[in-house]
Ligand binder design. Structure first.
Ligand code: AMP
Length: 458
């Protein structure tokens, strides 16, 4: 299937070809024809699926370029995302010279946003508060011609409490076509949305959150510490472009400093950067000036950073949904990518939760600067066992081992020798327990696969 299969103008098809977009992605195949027909829709779309162009292409195609009035509004939850969409929209100006686009976010002052408002843009992109302030409160432009509204990353818009502003905007419009894009289409989100938007069509892409080209790996870093493990890992892998995610700003600071201390160049990105530094960092990210970026989850949502080969989570976020956003920074548009998660015995609860929710991890451990296969992985480990947990055979063997090492006369090292013999027996039984646990894990996986193949029936 190619873009010429849609009812798009030859100018648009030419623009897409020149921009390097040859074939529509799955979300584009579904959304573009519906959007061209004016259908309102809710679309669940995985990161890196091409969703931005699934709404930009039909919107630009349908704009009346001879009418200088707002005709479409695109709302995103952060100024960085808004800018990204804005830059994508501006790429079309080469092919549609009359296309006027404005970006309304806190990147600029309100007064700067108001400048030049005598000529209205056809397309407005921005964050909810600023868009409502300018379009509704300040009535900057006549809104009668707004025919389409997009809510991008709608679940984040809801989480950040932006729906009031959005409702305010909708109250000033005449039932526009609405296109809602969201990483998930949870019921509470739908309930909230359907209070003020219409939806004639719902699209759920693959239930798997992250692109299937991403491989997930768990690395047991034991007790060497996250910074130390990261330094070893980076020296070992030497990744082309790697984002290292940390769940708190303090940890971003700590990890970034540790890399610099070890002469590893890395870019810092978190919410604690001021506006100017944040913009500069984003520019450097786009220009691919650093091959390692240490970031908070601010960089996990929606941002399009091409060519990320590796994502490392030195720890996992409290909201595990964000793991999927992190991993989704790589493996974009069919490229392969790796997502690495550090853990140890004290922090294995979250990886286990992800694993149980269906993330197909493989297992490694970091030993003396090398990544080695870990056959045990998350299989249940019995660290401290109570007496009752010892099997009768094991107790018997321990008694034998004790008796064998018992001497009538106290010999040097005899206590150690006894202890060693007992430990040997315990290790043997532990190994057996682990093998049983691994077998059980494999059996469960095979069972789940069989179940999936049979459509849910065993
Ligand atoms: P998005 O899912 O909107 O964040 O887009 C992810 C990336 O895919 C962006 O870098 C787009 O430039 C790119 N992209 C969008 N549509 C296509 C397409 N049809 N073919 C190839 N790349 C695309």
């Amino acid at each position: 299937m190619s873009f010429s299969g849609f009812s798009l103008s030859s100018n648009m098809v030419n623009a897409l070809t020149k921009l390097g977009y040859e074939n529509p992605s799955p979300v584009q195949q579904v959304v573009i024809p519906k959007a061209l027909r004016g259908t309102s829709l809710l679309a669940q779309s995985e990161t890196g699926s091409g969703k931005t162009h699934s709404y930009l292409v039909p919107i630009i195609e349908k704009l009346d370029m001879n009418l200088n009035r707002p005709q479409a509004v695109i709302i995103t939850p952060t100024r960085e995302l808004s800018r990204q969409v804005f830059e994508f929209a501006r790429e079309f100006q080469r092919f549609f010279p009359k296309l006027k686009v404005r970006l309304f976010t806190s990147e600029a002052d309100v007064s700067q946003n108001e400048e030049g408002s005598t000529v209205a843009p056809q397309l407005i992109i921005g964050t909810p508060g600023r868009v409502k302030q300018l379009l509704v409160d300040k009535e900057l432009f006549i809104l009668n011609n707004v025919k389409t509204v997009v809510l991008d990353e709608a679940d984040m818009l809801l989480d950040l409490g932006y729906f009031e502003d959005i409702e305010g905007l909708f109250a000033s419009l005449r039932e526009p076509q609405t296109m809602v894009f969201s990483a998930t289409l949870k019921q509470n989100l739908k309930d909230e949305l359907l209070k003020f938007v219409r939806s004639d069509f719902e699209f759920e892409s693959d239930k798997v959150h992250t692109a299937s080209t991403v491989k997930h790996h768990l690395i047991n870093i034991k007790h060497i510490g996250e910074s130390n493990a990261l330094v070893q890992f980076l020296k070992l892998k030497n990744p082309y472009l790697c984002i290292v995610f940390c769940s708190t700003k303090d940890k971003v600071n700590e990890i970034h400093k540790a890399l610099l201390d070890n002469n590893i160049d890395a870019l810092y990105f978190s919410g604690s950067l001021d506006e100017r530094s944040r913009k500069r960092a984003l520019r450097e990210i786009k220009a691919n000036t650093h091959s390692i970026i240490v970031a908070s989850d601010l960089l996990a949502r929606g941002m399009d950073i091409p060519d990320v080969t590796d994502v490392v989570s030195v720890d996992l976020p409290n909201d595990l949904e964000f793991y999927h956003h992190r991993a989704g920074r790589t493996g974009r548009f069919g490229k392969s990518g790796d997502s690495w998660v550090f853990y140890n015995n004290d922090t294995e609860a979250k990886p286990r939760e992800l694993y149980n929710s269906g993330v197909k991890f493989d297992f490694y451990s970091l030993r003396a600067g090398k990544l080695v296969d870990d056959p045990v992985g998350l299989a249940e480990k019995t660290k401290f066992r109570k007496k009752a947990e010892f099997s009768p055979e094991e107790i018997k063997e321990i008694k034998i081992a004790k008796a064998k090492t018992k001497k009538d006369k106290v010999e040097p090292m005899h206590k150690k020798k006894t202890q060693f013999a007992i430990e040997k027996v315990k290790r043997k039984y532990k190994r057996k327990a682990i093998q049983r646990s691994v077998r059980k894990q494999l059996e469960n996986e095979a069972k789940a696969k069989r179940k999936a193949r049979n459509g849910g029936d065993e």
